[in-house]
Ligand binder design. Structure first.
Ligand code: FAQ
Length: 313
């Protein structure tokens, strides 16, 4: 078959909801898009451990420390599943990490904001994991098999994370006046960056149209952002907190809320590397990579020794 026929057959398999597996034929651009998206997603999980890791030593109780530790470890696990899924496409993990460490690879804009108070840990769980779930539920049905299967487990864990964050917000919002102020302040600072997690508006999104055609993405950035706003507003009302958007208004016709426009200039600036914590995040990842070098070398030496023994036997 020539490339045109192969592409036609490939699209027919996608349209018939068949999963594409690593050894199947796929267009180069499909492979490239998946490597891009899955590796950005993996990097986001790993870099995403840093803002929360910041509070492990300062969690206000043993219970909250244990829960936060478990959550941060889950994020590490998500990163590992996703790097493995990316590797099935023929890219090497070392290469992906190298691209992250030299600032070439992207990761989610949200993790370039600081976690200033304990209420921020609540806001991250509630809003950031909430936005992650809104975006990732569709990825459980993405067309590439290994990515879809990884996402099923990830989504289950993200639901627990979202509840962990909401529980913190509930304690703070029902606490002292000072705690309420902290909760509102965290919501004020995390609301707009959370909306930016879904990516640029559809009219500016370079990848959405093709990704939807290939069923890598099943909904557009704007559709998912709308779902997130509709779902989160009643949660904020229940907490007695106010979403910092004067344009939020129920729209009976679309059966959803109208809302204001995120500062897209800020978004593009953050993804270019100029957010409040970009440098700090990359420095931390490079340092961790360097400090872990001896562990990787030791485990490889052990592995090589073991496989040499096996060969002799
Ligand atoms: N940040 O054409 P589109 C989590 C880039 S995991 C940075 O619309 P696409 C768990 C985009 O890459 C959070 N860059 O792109 C957790 C593209 O640039 P490129 C991560 C962004 O791929 C919680 C350009 O802009 N989730 O939170 C962002 O179709 C708590 C044009 O954009 C995922 O990665 C952004 N926000 O749609 C962990 C989910 N948005 O690559 C710890 C999987 C866009 O052409 C603690 N990814 N860009 O140079 C996706 O669903 C998609 O990749 C989107 C973007 C929706 C993020």
């Amino acid at each position: 078959m020539n490339t045109e026929q192969l592409e036609k057959e490939f699209q027919a398999r996608i349209d018939a909801e068949e999963k594409i597996e690593p050894k199947d034929w796929m267009p180069d651009a499909y492979r490239k898009t998946l490597i891009r998206q899955i590796s950005q997603h993996a990097h986001s999980e790993i870099v995403g451990m840093l803002p929360e890791g910041n509070w492990i030593t300062r969690a206000p109780s043993l219970r909250s420390k244990v829960i936060l530790l478990a959550k941060v470890q889950d994020e590490a696990g998500h990163g590992l599943y996703l790097y493995s899924a990316a590797e099935t496409l023929g890219i090497d993990r070392e290469q992906l990490l190298h691209d992250l460490h030299i600032g070439k690879a992207k990761y989610s804009s949200i993790f370039n904001y600081p976690t200033l108070t304990w209420a921020d840990i609540g806001a991250v769980g509630w809003l950031v994991d909430g936005a992650a779930i809104a975006n990732q539920v569709m990825l459980c049905r993405t067309s590439y098999g290994p990515y879809a299967r990884a996402m099923v487990k990830i989504c289950k864990e993200e639901s627990f994370h979202q509840r962990q964050g909401y529980e913190i917000m509930m304690h703070m919002a029902r606490g002292t006046e000072a705690q309420k102020r902290m909760a509102q302040d965290a919501l004020n600072r995390w609301w707009w960056p959370s909306l930016m997690m879904f990516g640029p508006p559809d009219k500016e999104s370079t990848n959405t149209e093709q990704s939807v055609k290939w069923r890598i993405k099943r909904q557009t950035n704007d559709e998912l952002r709308q779902e997130f706003v509709d779902k989160t507003l009643p949660q904020a009302e229940y907490l007695g907190l106010k979403i910092p958007d004067k344009d939020l208004k129920w729209n009976e016709e679309k059966k959803g809320y109208d809302f204001g426009t995120p500062d897209w200039e800020e978004f593009y600036n953050v993804i270019k590397g100029n957010g409040p914590c970009n440098k700090q995040r990359l420095d931390a990842r490079v340092k961790a990579d360097k400090e872990g070098e001896w562990v990787r070398e030791a485990s490889m030496a052990y592995y090589e020794k073991k496989s040499a023994k096996k060969k002799v036997a």
